[in-house]
Write a protein that binds this ligand. Structure first.
Ligand code: 9MR
Length: 313
């Protein structure tokens, strides 16, 4: 990303997840996803779409321990789901998170109905289908704790190479960026990791950035948080492969953090009364201090959007 290239990326967050889009087999519901998407369209915002194949917020009919899927049957279910959801939003997404959080912390695959039945083929099936439905959209693998070099970031590199070796399209790696103010990854660690993904020819985005802290907040924790936001956005500005940053949820009251980590919160850039966290200015500062050629990203995105428009005509 460059310091001069700021466009607004939005995400639908929850309502295009499997649980909501295909609550029963073959029964699709796009009501709420359509509302958010049309707002994005009206305002010319670039939408990231989330998430096609994920073990969580998955419809119970898929994730039912008693359901005895054959590989063929589950594969058909993935194909049908990815196809129907992507068709609904064709031409409206900058990117899709095709597979979300397939890895455990040690870099091996997470236990999920998809992995149990299909092994790593479920990732190939999802990406292959997605590329067929909408060749022009960016296809991402998205995960958390992959923002610094670790066994898990190695796992991501392995997934990217696996798809590439099979000739399956993957365009991007999404770094969720759910950080803790007292121990975030350093700027250098993040740049090194983005560069490692970029070296495989994929782009990178921070897709769900937030930095949680113990509540109630104090000056020190707010300063730690500001530094963490500055380093994440700064890494994206400085590392060639990084195309943008999306924060997860809008302002503190909407955040998922206090529900999942009781005693922690204030993870976003605005407090409940809409006053700004110090991190807000840190983000602006990081965006201004880019070191990468100012026009490069904008040119690239314009070319991509022009190609997409031509394709849709
Ligand atoms: O923000 C989402 C929250 O409202 C949901 O309850 C939660 C359920 O897992 O999912 C949250 O979003 C997650 C995202 O889809 C994937 N990465 C982790 C996010 C935080 O849990």
């Amino acid at each position: 990303m460059s310091s001069a290239d700021h466009t607004i990326l939005v995400s639908v967050a929850n309502i295009t997840k499997w649980l909501f889009t295909e609550p029963e087999q073959g029964v699709f519901n796009f009501t709420e996803g359509d509302i958010v998407t049309s707002i994005a369209q009206e305002h010319g915002l670039i939408q990231r779409c989330h998430a096609l194949v994920w073990h969580s917020q998955l419809a119970p009919w898929v994730d039912n321990a008693t359901a005895e899927w054959t590989p063929e049957a589950l594969s058909a279910v993935i194909v049908e789901h990815v196809t129907k959801v992507m068709e609904q939003y064709r031409g409206k997404c900058y990117a899709w998170d095709v597979v979300n959080e397939a890895l455990d912390e040690d870099g091996t695959y997470r236990d999920s109905v998809f992995y149990r039945v299909l092994g790593e083929d479920f990732i190939k099936i999802a990406f292959r289908t997605a590329a067929k439905v909408e060749p022009g959209v960016k296809l991402y693998y998205n995960d958390y704790n992959i923002e610094k070099p670790s066994p898990k970031s190695e796992g991501v590199l392995r997934i990217v190479r696996m798809l590439q070796d099979d000739g399956i399209k993957i365009d991007g790696v999404g770094l969720q960026g759910h950080f803790v103010a007292s121990r975030p990854p350093t700027l250098d660690e993040q740049i090194a990791t983005i560069n490692a993904y970029g070296a495989l020819g994929v782009e990178v985005a921070y897709t769900e950035l937030d930095v949680r802290q113990t509540t109630p907040v104090n000056e020190t924790s707010l300063e730690w948080q500001a530094n963490a936001y500055r380093d994440a956005v700064g890494a994206c500005v400085q590392a060639e492969a990084c195309i943008g940053v999306t924060i997860w949820d809008f302002y503190d009251p909407f955040s998922w953090v206090p529900y999942t980590f009781p005693g922690e919160g204030a993870a976003l850039l605005w407090f409940e009364d809409f006053s700004k966290h110090p991190a807000y200015d840190a983000v602006i500062e990081a965006m201004k201090n880019g070191t990468v050629s100012p026009c490069k990203r904008r040119e690239r995105r314009r070319a991509h959007i022009a190609a997409r428009s031509a394709e849709l005509q």
